[in-house]
Structure formats: structure tokens, C-alpha cells
Design a protein around this ligand. Sequence first.
Ligand code: ZN
Ligand code: ZN
Length: 319
Amino acid sequence: MAANTTNCLKAFLVFLIVHLPFLVLSRCLEHKNPQSFNTLLSLEGLSKGQTDKNLPYLRQYLKRFGYLNYKETTLNGNYFDEVLESAVKLYQRNYHLKVTGKLDFDTVKKAANPRCGFPDIGLRFKSINNGDHTNNGDDDPDFLFIKNSSLYKFFDGNPKWPAEKTHLTYTFISAVHPIPQEDLSSASSQAFAEWTRNSKFTFAEVREGAVSDLRLGFFVGDHGDGHPFDGPLNVLAHAFAPTYGRLHLDGAEAWSLSPPPPGQIDIVWVTMHEIGHLLGLAHSSDPNAVMFAQVTPGVARRALTPDDIAGIQALYATP
Ligand SMILES: [Zn+2]
Ligand SMILES: [Zn+2]
């Protein structure tokens, strides 16, 4: 009996030693996991003058993607005020929705779609490790593009690669490997080829660890550049404006190299989009453009559109 009790105790201790780190880790991950974009669906029907416990999440979302300025409002308020209404209208205008300022079905549905992590407006996206690669002013967001008839956009200040730099090298550095390295390499070479066909740029892969202009890879959660990834869907990837050359894919996504089955994400589409940022294109308002911020799971997009091509040609038309 005593021996049995001792054995049970031993078994329990072994269980704890083996499982405790995982239990603690999973609790931490659970705790750190941010709200999903689907939270926005619960806000359908709300308009100015109403309150809701999830309005702070909408404020954070609109701030993150450039529609709200910290200085203008408190991010923690549960009250739907005028400033929030203006931000919703701006979002609706940018996505060609009916501009009502109300959280109608089309608006919350659109906002809940998976997307690129780069803001649509304001375009302040800098690495905490390197401040020299993008505009980093902290003025009010630039809303002027709304008046512009073209749908493609550049970053504030039009950062781009120097005129003589038309051949860019790239390498892979990943923290995780959700798909085989050969698949990432194949997806990237398809994506780069599409930009080569439609711009003055050529690209070549160099061995891992070699000096290169561009670095691509999979990361999860907080990966040191101040823009943590957020698990499946929501934000899928991000990249930096010229000439920083970093392209990060969220390793938590269900990536697909072949045309994706329902729920999976086309890695060629997303990589093509992020390369557009590396070259100096911001988000287009054209829903068919590769440079449109949102990506539809289960759908492949493998070619640049006239809007993307007009954008890259215009950016590099002058030295
Ligand atoms: Zn983007
Ligand atoms: Zn990153």
C-alpha cells in the first residue's frame, strides 16, 4: 500500500515535471493571444451615441491601420463619439463602402477580413530596431489620397530604391517553418518573377546568411520589430518600405503554395503583395489589385493588375 502510494506520487511528480512547462507556456500564449478581428462582427448595428464594451477594440483596429489618431480620442472609451464616427466614414470611403458612419453589416464584415499588417493611411510603420527606412513623422495621418483619382499609393515622402539599384538580392531567415523551405523559395521566386515582368527590377536568391538587400521569413507573435503577429488569420504578413528590405510572414497561418483550399492562404499572393511594399508601393484602394490590403482565404491571385503595374511604373518613372 505504502509502495503504491509512493509510486503514485512519483508518477505524479514525473507528470508535473514533463507537463508543467507546456501547461505554463500554453497559459501564457492563451493570455497573450489578442482579440480576433471577428470581435468586430459583434459591433454590427452600432452608431454614434451608443456604447459597447468592444468599441475600444474597434478604436485600436482603426488606429492601427491609420484611421484614428491617438491625439484625437481616448482608445479606451466604450462610447461611440463623433471622432470614431469620422474614422468609420474614412474607412468606408477607402473601401468603397456606403459612407454612413454606422457599423452596418458590410462595414464590420469587411473589417473582419484577414489582411496585411501595414496601415492603409498615415503609413507610419517603423521597426523598433531601425528607424531610417520609412518616414517616421508623427503628424496627423495623411488623408489627401482620398482626393486622388489613382487607386495605387506610395508611402509618405515616396521612399524608393536608388535609380542605379535595379538588381536586388534576397535570402531567407525564418524563426519557424510552417511549410517546407523549398515551398517558400518557390512561392517567392514566382512572386518576384511577376514584379520582374512588370518593372525594371531583377531579383536573385543568395545563400542563407549572405549579405542581401531583402530578407524574407516566417515569424510568430512578438518577433522583435515592434509589430507582433496575432495567430491564425487577422494580420497575415507585413513588410517595410524601401530600403529596409524585411518581409515577414505570420508562421501561424495555414499557407498554401498550390491554389488554396477553403480557409487557407495563398502564399504567392501575399508574398507578391509584400514585395510591393519592399519596392515602395503602399495599399491600393482597388479591390482587385495585389496591393489591396485584404486577402481572401481559399482564393489564389497570381498576377499583378493594371493598377499595381501603373503604380510601380509611376514610382520609378523619375530618378
Ligand atoms: Zn500591405
Ligand atoms: Zn515583422
